[in-house]
Design a protein around this ligand. Structure first.
Ligand code: MN
Ligand code: MN
Length: 327
């Protein structure tokens, strides 16, 4: 092979999949997510993976702007068949990598407008969007675009933190406030939203009351042991029903033992095994899109966080394949 030889790919019907790892070693070839084709290499896509390297709105450790690249680099081992969901997520649907969006790192409103425009452009092709962040502020423009298409959205929000606070230092658009803004803007279906994995200290008990007023219910991390994975999945399904569902997943929902590479870690979180099992339970809901945010590789070790995020993406794409097949 020379550098301009097309890479041999796994193909299923008209779906172009991963570079064939039996021909090209997994550590070689283009560094797209899961070694999938770029969006401009396929005629159409059912799911577009888009990186948003933006972390201007974090309150503590910066670095999530390097998250998309890190998740891609950590995704090279993902294989074609997912036995836990009995699905081939890259054969049942066309998944393609759109690369990273160039957003303004200095003007937050401009960055958010660019994310919304990109999301709308993806939706306009009929594809679903899986966003790799980036800090959690990008949930707001993603929800603006989704609500324009589907109406108010049921959000299943995995996070250690509520992210329904009002302002920080007077700023409205931060990674701790996207769901407050989304609720105020009417983007959320207030009867269908749920946080999973919430834990750690708050500012006051009023935080919880205000959160409920925004339309959220909570499955806290301390409930995990009593509820178990099946109980959490049941709570999610009961809350979202048949509504269109958006999964917004902050990697700090995982315990720092499983995801040290993030900006605001909190002890006492989910294991990666628990989280992946809960995500498999989403194969039965109407999953219209998802995002994975707050991966900050400077604090990661041996790709622990990156690998967790890559597998989270894999389970979400597998769940999309299942729900897409139903649609
Ligand atoms: Mn968080
Ligand atoms: Mn968050």
């Amino acid at each position: 092979m020379t550098p301009d030889t097309p890479l041999p790919r796994l193909v299923s019907g008209d779906v172009v999949g991963q570079v064939d790892a039996t021909v090209v070693p997994r550590y070689a070839g283009a560094a797209t997510f899961a070694r999938l084709p770029r969006w401009d290499e396929v005629e159409r896509a059912d799911v577009v993976v888009l990186g948003v390297p933006f972390d201007t709105s974090v309150s503590y450790r910066p670095g999530a702007r390097f998250g998309p690249t890190h998740i891609r680099e950590s995704s090279r081992l993902l294989r074609p068949y997912n036995p836990a969901q009995d699905v081939e997520p890259f054969a049942a649907q066309q998944v393609a990598d759109a690369g990273d969006l160039g957003v303004n790192p200095f003007v937050i409103e401009e960055a958010l407008a660019a994310v919304e425009a990109a999301a709308r452009a993806v939706h306009a092709t009929g594809a679903r969007l899986l966003t790799l962040g980036g800090d959690h502020t990008i949930a707001l423009p993603n929800l603006r675009a989704l609500a324009a298409r589907h109406g108010p959205i049921a959000v299943v929000h995995f996070d250690a933190h509520l992210d329904t606070w009002d302002t920080y230092f007077g700023a409205e658009y931060t990674h701790g406030t996207p769901f407050r803004r989304a609720s105020e803007e009417g983007l959320l279906d207030r009867d269908g939203c749920l946080h999973v994995g919430i834990r750690g200290p708050l500012y006051s008990p009023a935080d919880l009351g205000e959160d409920g007023d925004q339309g959220f219910r909570i499955v806290s991390a301390v409930e995990m042991d009593d509820l178990g994975v099946a109980g959490v999945v049941q709570r999610i399904r009961e809350r979202v029903g048949s509504r269109p569902v958006y999964v917004s997943l902050d990697i700090d929902v995982l315990d720092p033992a499983f995801a040290p590479g993030t900006g605001t870690p909190e002890a006492g979180g989910l294991t990666s095994r628990e989280l992946l099992a809960i995500l498999r339970g989403l194969a039965s809901v109407d999953l219209v899109g998802a995002e994975i945010v707050e991966v900050a590789p400077a604090y990661d070790h041996a790709q622990v966080t990156g690998i967790a995020a890559a597998h989270v993406a894999y389970e979400l794409l597998s769940a999309m394949a299942a729900s897409g097949a139903r649609a």
